[in-house]
Structure formats: structure tokens, C-alpha cells
Design a protein around this ligand. Structure first.
Ligand code: NAP
Length: 253
């Protein structure tokens, strides 16, 4: 039985785990960082928490006798992706990345693509605006430098401590979201501009579609550079890699 470790925290990781779970020739485990208070239920056994850098992950791969590592983390989880690449190399464990293609602009999209959250703050300008921040907690701090705006912030768990700005509204929610729901949210809060990551995939695309239909500008944070490792875009390709390409050890367990 081949031992598979999936680095997750995404819908795709959960879908991949669900696809592999029934297979009797695979022992699949999913790893979560432990960022959310109540993680979504998973179809395979889960371990939670950091490994302690690339060295810690390499040690884990060896002690847990992992045969194949799948990096199915979010495209903005660049530290984990780099750790996975380094750890897999050090431990001699085959690695594949499951990566979502980025969204591409359609007719009617008004996108401003920026390097990072600091550049997004600059793109908002000096005049007070009503801004939907569809970002994770760790990207929010730079917006404290622009307290003239009103912010609408959506996160899975409450943002604690709240942003040090005079005017912010918080909503909690876990994707997938709908275009109808996001359209209503943007209108209800009279949003003038959206700041988001180019996450790709379907679960959070609704805000992009809603912004398009309302004629709103979207400030999109560029994707971080990711390590050059073998990568695919579908769970079917990952399964094919496990079956045909990953040189999983044939262990008698
Ligand atoms: P990150 O900056 O790349 O990683 C920071 C540290 O968190 C890593 O060095 C690792 O700690 C730990 N970590 C990350 N993913 C892990 C996993 N799947 N299992 C165990 N430890 C993990 O990651 P991040 O951007 O904070 O994202 C954290 C998690 O949330 C990821 O699993 C990602 O898939 C998910 N997520 C991220 C975003 C996003 O926008 N960044 C959006 C949706 C979901 P050690 O060094 O101690 O091993």
C-alpha cells in the first residue's frame, strides 16, 4: 500500500482526497496548516499544524514512510510550496503540485494587476472609497496605512484583532460563494472597488463576476513565484501520476 501525503487547505485538496479515499492500494493523509478554527470535514485522515519548515517536513516524510507527496495548497501559499519542493528533494520522495490556473480577464473586466498588498493600497488612491477586501488575514495589515477608505472584509474566521482603521465592516463566510450572493453583497455595502487575489478555480470567482456585472474595478494581487516542480491542474492528472509516474515503493505492509 502506497502512503500518500496531500498538503491541503483548498477545495481541490479535499476533492482529490475524496477521489483517492476509496482506493485500497493507497493510504492517504491530508495535512492542514490549522489556520481556521473549524476546518471543513475531510474524507481521509487529517494531521494539523506546521511541520517546522522544510527540514521538519523532510523528517516527517521519512519517519512516516511517505511514498508520494502532493502539494495541493493554495497558489498564494508560497512558503509551503517551497518547503514541499525542498523537503521532497531532501527526502527523495516524488512530488507533484496540483495548481489552479489563474483567472484571465473577460470582456467587461476592469482589472488593475499589482505586485502585492502594499501596491494595492497605492492603487486605491488618496480619495476615500468603499472597498471590498477579499483577502486573507495576513494580507490585511498594509491597508491600515490607508484609513481614509471604508473597508468590507470577508474572512472564514473573525479578524482578530480588527484592522486599525476607523471604518470597517466584517462578514464571515466560507466559499464556495455565488455570483448572486456576491452581487447582493457588493450592492448592499455600496462597494466601489474590489481587492482580491487571482486564486483561480470556481469557489471564489463569484466576486470577480459580480464586480464585472456591476462595472467595478478589481485590484488583483499578483501570484507569488512558486518553485519549478512537476505540476498539473486536475485531480485526474494527479491520480494518473500516482498510478503511472510516481515511483512508489512496493512495500509489504
Ligand atoms: P504559507 O505562507 O505558504 O505557509 C506558512 C507555513 O504554514 C508553512 O511554512 C507551514 O509551516 C504551514 N503550512 C502551510 N500549509 C500547510 C499545510 N497544508 N499543512 C501543514 N502546514 C502548513 O501558507 P499560507 O498562505 O499561510 O496558507 C496556509 C494554508 O491555508 C495552506 O494550507 C493553504 O493551502 C491554505 N490557504 C491559503 C490561502 C492563501 O491565500 N494564502 C487561501 C486559501 C487557503 P511549517 O513551516 O511549520 O511547516
Amino acid at each position: 500500500m502506497a502512503r500518500i501525503l496531500i498538503l491541503g487547505g483548498t477545495a481541490e485538496a479535499r476533492q482529490l482526497a475524496a477521489r483517492l479515499a476509496p482506493r485500497r492500494d493507497l493510504a492517504v493523509r491530508l495535512s492542514l496548516a490549522g489556520r481556521t478554527a473549524k476546518p471543513a470535514a475531510q474524507p481521509v485522515p487529517v494531521r494539523i499544524g506546521g511541520f517546522g519548515g522544510a527540514h521538519g517536513l523532510a523528517r516527517h516524510l521519512v519517519t512516516e514512510r511517505i511514498d508520494a507527496l502532493i502539494d495541493a495548497t493554495h497558489p498564494y501559499a508560497a512558503t509551503m510550496a517551497a518547503n514541499a519542493a525542498n523537503a521532497a528533494r531532501a527526502a527523495g520522495v516524488p512530488l507533484i503540485a496540483l495548481r489552479r490556473p489563474p483567472w484571465t480577464a473577460l470582456a467587461g473586466d476592469r482589472w488593475i494587476e499589482v505586485r502585492d498588498a502594499q501596491a494595492a493600497v497605492a492603487a486605491l488612491g488618496g480619495t476615500s472609497r468603499r472597498v471590498f477586501l477579499a483577502l486573507g488575514r495576513k494580507e490585511l495589515a498594509p491597508f491600515e496605512a490607508a484609513p481614509q477608505h471604508h473597508y468590507l472584509i470577508r474572512s472564514v474566521d473573525p479578524v482578530e484583532p480588527p484592522l486599525a482603521v476607523p471604518s470597517a465592516t466584517y462578514v464571515t463566510g466560507r466559499g464556495p460563494f455565488t455570483e448572486i450572493g456576491d452581487h447582493a453583497l457588493l450592492r448592499e455595502h455600496r462597494i466601489e472597488i474590489v481587492v482580491a487575489k487571482n486564486s483561480g478555480g470556481g469557489a471564489t470567482y463569484s466576486k470577480i463576476a459580480a464586480a464585472r456585472s456591476l462595472g467595478l474595478t478589481v485590484v488583483l494581487l499578483a501570484r507569488p513565484p512558486l518553485p519549478a516542480v512537476p505540476a498539473v491542474t486536475t485531480i485526474e492528472e494527479v491520480e494518473a501520476w500516482i498510478d503511472h509516474a510516481a515511483p512508489c515503493a512496493e512495500r509489504d505492509v
